[in-house]
Design a protein around this ligand. Structure first.
Ligand SMILES: [Zn+2]
Length: 113
């Protein structure tokens, strides 16, 4: 599962950040994941406990915020949801768009107790 390697990487980054700041316990990690990032939040959640095993992150909660995937139509400049309209402009029907957001995978916040 490709989410597992990504989640392991997130856990490693959080651990390093915590160590740098002499934090020994992390209460919660908040991730922002774009709808088109290729990561399924459900799987990310499922992989989290395994990634935290034997690290200072054991018992740390994971929260995921999903970011919408928006595109801007090259023909009429309308901004629309790429997932809801399947990459086709709802205004003029064009499939030519510029992706504005949706591929993010960001560690937004690390909360310490
Ligand atoms: Zn359009």
């Amino acid at each position: 599962m490709h989410e597992l390697s990504i989640v392991m990487e997130v856990a490693r980054t959080v651990c390093e950040t915590a160590e740098k700041n002499q934090v020994t316990k992390v209460r919660k990690v908040i991730l922002q994941i774009g709808e088109l990032s290729g990561c399924v939040p459900h799987f990310v959640h499922a992989c989290w406990p395994a990634a935290c095993d034997n690290t200072i992150l054991e018992g740390t909660k994971l929260e995921i915020e999903t970011l919408p995937a928006n595109g801007c139509c090259r023909c009429c400049s309308k901004v629309f949801s790429l997932t809801a309209f399947k990459g086709r402009c709802p205004e003029c029907g064009s499939a030519q768009y510029e992706m504005l957001c949706g591929k993010e995978f960001i560690i937004k916040e690390i909360l310490c107790s």
